[in-house]
Design a binder for this molecule. Structure first.
Ligand SMILES: Nc1ncnc2c1ncn2[C@@H]1O[C@H](COP(=O)(O)OP(=O)(O)OP(=O)(O)O)[C@@H](O)[C@H]1O
Ligand SMILES: [Mg+2]
Length: 147
């Protein structure tokens, strides 16, 4: 971890200030080392907030070599046991189902969802919701879990 140290109780709720893209990646790595294999993380915040940077760090920490790109057109990318979704362009909850969401939930892999707040009702109990806010060059990231 860099100096973007999470504060808060633990993984349940917390926040971090990430001054650089590398620190946002380091926060992703921090989560990767702590959440269970079947975790669901919803990454929420405006365009350019750093959600994909977080995914890069998470995926690298899970041992997947190579780059991460936004699943803008393909809608889901798989990196080993980590699946990376982007719901920005989906229009209805049925679009989430059409991507095989239920099968992914049953599959036991780690699911990272950019723009998960587009369809919050699709997020299972226990999912982490991380809110990314932009403050100049820094990113304020706060999280909690779906009851
Ligand atoms: N502290 C920081 N943390 C993360 N990214 C930062 C930071 N400072 C600057 N950036 C820049 O902000 C951009 C974040 O882009 P990224 O693709 O991660 O955003 P995103 O939230 O995934 O956006 P989108 O909703 O379009 O997918 C990158 O160009 C990155 O270099
Ligand atoms: Mg992105």
């Amino acid at each position: 971890m860099t100096n973007a140290k999470p504060t808060g109780d633990d993984l349940v709720t917390g926040s971090a200030r990430c001054a650089t893209p590398g620190e946002t990646q380091a926060l992703g790595a921090w989560f990767a080392a702590r959440v269970p294999a079947d975790a669901v993380l919803s990454l929420e915040g405006p365009l350019g907030a750093g959600k994909t940077q977080f995914v890069k760090g998470f995926v690298a920490a899970r041992g997947h070599a190579g780059g991460v790109s936004s699943p803008t057109f393909t809608l889901v990318h798989e990196y080993g046991a980590v699946a990376h979704f982007d719901w920005y362009r989906l229009e209805a909850p049925g679009d989430v189902a059409a991507l095989g969401w239920d099968d992914y939930l049953d599959g036991g892999g780690t699911l990272l969802v950019e723009w998960g707040d587009r369809f919050p009702e699709q997020l299972p109990a226990g999912a982490w919701r991380l809110r990314f806010a932009v403050d100049g060059e820094a990113r304020e990231i706060a999280w909690g879990r779906v009851p």
